[in-house]
Design a protein. Structure first.
Length: 452
């Protein structure tokens, strides 16, 4: 790592970064009141607002977005006539899933084997700490050379579109010359990577009903239509024999031309069990960055423990569909809903409710901002060249910002490399990645400001 004065300052700021990340991770900020009280998100938002004020930000505000959550905004003025850069992160997190499977408590930042473990450590509370560390280092070496806007979203993981709708209603608020989205990650620890594409997503609930009420399976089973069995057949129709996604009318044969993802590396990163095959066809990069992918996220039905011998009258599932750049997410939602309804056996009644939606995104990696980022990453990573990859996940705000500010350059970096295991149990962040990317962001802001 560089031993420049700026790099030394970033290194000296790491203990503070760890302390603050621990405070942030302690908030159980899952933006779903059915799982955690809204007060956890509110407290996290207040913490961020206080941190921005303490670092000299002006116009700090808690924005009440249309989905009932809050995003945090702040403005740090730079030199007169300077460019404006928007820095993005989100403070809401995925639920911890099976807390018993965590080696250490999910909402308690814990150091182990050279990594810091905790829900949101990488996705994306660490992204906010990265931004703050970069700005603090610059302040100690001549000041921040650009105007900085910070926006920290409160419902990104839910996909409910609160910040997107707020930005559309207040288009002047987030206007900037460049946007750094701190919510992606390197392809591998130590390999500096920017994300060129994001898949969009749609999230739907599908409800299947066949009877007015549950029936005794001994008395009625064999003739009474089982809603759970109908749902299983409907969900199975979303995949071909090899596991490829097959939504009627949705193309699934695109190819990825950039950085490739060797299958053995993917198997290791995904922790695929020995003897279990990968699904789909084409290269791994094709499957996860360039093609649609359906996932059944959950099913409402009786649990095994306590189940009774009954024919089920109703069942429902939560289904996610990721869609690649070039596919309109709204059109994909309609195709998915039509497919689910058509696949229903036995005349079962099917109702599909859209829960969330976000458009895919493709960045212009030939822009001057990307040249500045490439040089910054090269210095922060000891001469390693910047790589360009896709990401299978979604950040719906990207397309909203691209539509509102077509001249803005949007860059995607972050801490969510494969070892981070975001959205899974035992999520963690690499302190070394946090340090290097904080330095890279500081160097980028310097270089971008010098473009004039």
């Amino acid at each position: 790592m560089s031993d420049s004065p700026l790099a030394q300052t970033v290194a000296a700021l790491q203990p503070r970064a760890r302390t603050e990340l621990a405070e942030l991770v302690a908030f159980k900020s899952v933006a779903d009141p059915a799982q955690f009280p809204p007060s956890e998100c509110e407290a996290a938002a207040e913490w961020i607002a206080a941190a921005l004020r303490a670092d000299g930000f002006e116009d700090v505000a808690l924005l009440d977005t249309p989905d009932g959550t809050r995003s945090v905004y702040g403005y740090l003025p730079g030199p007169s006539g300077a460019k404006t850069v928007l820095l993005y992160a989100h403070y809401d997190v995925q639920p911890p899933l099976d807390e018993a499977a965590w080696v250490s408590p999910p909402f308690e930042l814990t150091e182990r084997n050279g990594r810091w473990y905790g829900r949101g450590a990488a996705d994306c509370k660490g992204g906010l700490i990265m931004h703050l560390t970069a700005l603090r280092a610059l302040k100690e070496h001549g000041g921040v050379p650009v105007n900085v806007k910070v926006i920290v979203e409160g419902s990104e993981e839910q996909g409910t579109g609160g910040l997107e709708r707020y930005a559309e209603a207040h288009p002047e608020l987030l206007a900037a010359d460049a946007v750094v989205i701190g919510d992606t990650g390197n392809f591998r620890v130590g390999l500096p990577t920017v994300t060129a594409t994001l898949r969009g997503m749609t999230l739907v609930r599908v409800q299947v009903d066949t009877l007015e009420g549950n029936l005794h399976s001994g008395q009625f089973g064999g003739a009474a239509p089982d809603a759970l069995a109908a749902l299983i057949r409907i969900l199975d129709s979303l995949r071909a024999e090899d596991g490829s996604t097959t939504v009627n009318g949705l193309t699934g044969d695109a190819t990825w031309e950039g950085l490739q993802y060797p299958e053995e590396e993917f198997r290791r990163d995904a922790k695929v069990l020995d003897g279990v095959e990968l699904i789909g066809n084409g290269s791994v990069a094709d499957r996860i960055w360039a093609r649609p992918a359906v996932t059944v996220l959950g099913i409402d039905c009786p649990p095994v423990v306590g189940a009774t011998p009954s024919v089920q009258a109703g069942a429902r599932a939560l289904v996610s569909l990721r869609v690649p750049p070039g596919t309109d997410a709204a059109a994909a939602t309609k195709l998915l809903a039509a497919h689910l309804a058509k696949a229903a056996p036995w005349g079962a009644r099917v109702a599909v409710e859209q829960v969330g939606q976000g458009q895919p995104f493709r960045a212009d990696t030939s822009s001057p901002a990307y040249a500045s980022m490439a040089a910054a990453l090269r210095e922060a990573y000891d001469g390693a060249e910047m790589q360009t990859s896709g990401m299978g996940g979604s950040i719906p705000l990207c397309n909203t910002l691209a539509g509102l500010y077509p001249d803005a350059e949007i860059l995607l970096i972050g801490l969510s490399e494969p070892e981070a295991q975001i959205h899974a149990v035992n999520e963690s962040v690499s302190p070394e990645e946090l340090q290097r990317l904080s330095l890279a962001e500081a160097l980028f802001l310097r270089r971008y400001a010098a473009l004039g």
